[in-house]
Design a protein around this ligand. Sequence first.
Ligand SMILES: Cc1cc2nc3c(=O)[nH]c(=O)nc-3n(C[C@H](O)[C@H](O)[C@H](O)COP(=O)(O)OP(=O)(O)OC[C@H]3O[C@@H](n4cnc5c(N)ncnc54)[C@H](O)[C@@H]3O)c2cc1C
Length: 392
Amino acid sequence: MATSQPQTPLALFGTDGLIGEEDRAIRDTVRKHVEEKLKPHIADWYESGTVPARELTQELGALGVLGMHLEGYGCAGTSATAYGLACMELEAGDSGLRSLVSVQGSLAMYAIWKHGSDAQKDEWLPRMAKGEAIGCFGLTEPDFGSNPAGMRTRARRDGDDWVLSGNKMWITNGSVADVAVVWAQTDEKIRGFVVPTDTEGFSAPEIKKKMSLRASVTSELVMDDVRLPGDAVLPEVQGLSGPLSCLTEARFGIIFGSLGAARDCLETAIAYAGDREIFDKPLAAYQLTQPELADMSLELGKGMLLALHLGKLKDAGELRPEQVSLGKLNNVREAIAIARECRTILGAAGITLEHPVMRHANNLESVLTYEGTSEVHQLVIGQALTGQAAFR
Ligand SMILES: Cc1cc2nc3c(=O)[nH]c(=O)nc-3n(C[C@H](O)[C@H](O)[C@H](O)COP(=O)(O)OP(=O)(O)OC[C@H]3O[C@@H](n4cnc5c(N)ncnc54)[C@H](O)[C@@H]3O)c2cc1C
């Protein structure tokens, strides 16, 4: 017998009270859009392994979430916290939606916004903010993921031009992108290049047979002597700090985003346990079930407090990369644990696309790996704690 009015896990924590009015309003707008316009389609996109990327990107552009935390060039210039909260709502829909927005805004647009020339910014950023141009970010290679410094993609000078050759792997949005930000070794250091994807010698075959992030395009980038003008290089950065600065931006969004997936799983499991009668009473009324729900709510709430704290630091311009590692490591690890446990609460129903839980759990496998694996973030934190780099 129900004895009191149920509360959602985050209402129990009262975290809304820690969020400013404007950020909350942005969050609510994105939540409504995801609930009404995107969630109804997401299971079908996931099942078919296809996503209407161009229409979806335009829709997200109109919603104002592409590069929303950047200033100028048609970007909204919101707080970092508002951006994080938007990521949370998008990922409550599906990690693929948040991945699209992360790659567009935090990786491709941010690279150009932070490190690009005025001409590169003028050419690409306004169209990317509107969702009229799609961007991708090519760092990972078949043999170099956690250690991108070893990359084999090369850019060599030929007169005033650059000639780019190599392969990138696991690139979100690759096959649908209009512009690729590609990182390559040069005779000096690693440099970034702004590559229109219709340039001769560039191709981006899509990677199929994925079990995770099925509502997201993932591709290989093949660059076979791609000739670029001298001004295709990002002028303002040299070395690995270029791509790493972009990854820090995207990882920040994941700190919030992963909690969106976990929240959706937990709310689904609580509702399911309330409805599902087993041995003549609701599953939610069992003393074996409630500790599971309580413990998962604790992890969700603690993760949210951490995310909001890191958001505050970022809004104050004080967030350090190793602090982003704390958030990414903890929140993705806890989110996937929550998703997997919620799946068991739904029993057999949990394995279907009728419920979002296993879809989120499968997606979070990718989120655990990309933007720095858990082990890589442990090593970053270990180095911050001890001063010793233990990567090799
Ligand atoms: C769906 C999806 C989308 C992606 N999108 C993009 C994208 O848009 N752009 C892009 O550039 N990349 C993208 N990636 C690639 C992603 O960033 C890499 O997969 C990730 O960096 C890990 O690299 P890897 O897969 O080569 O694994 P590896 O580097 O081979 O790692 C394998 C295992 O070794 C562990 N390991 C690594 N180093 C150490 C160490 N020193 N000590 C102990 N263990 C270690 C890792 O933690 C991992 O468990 C995407 C990946 C996926 C799955």
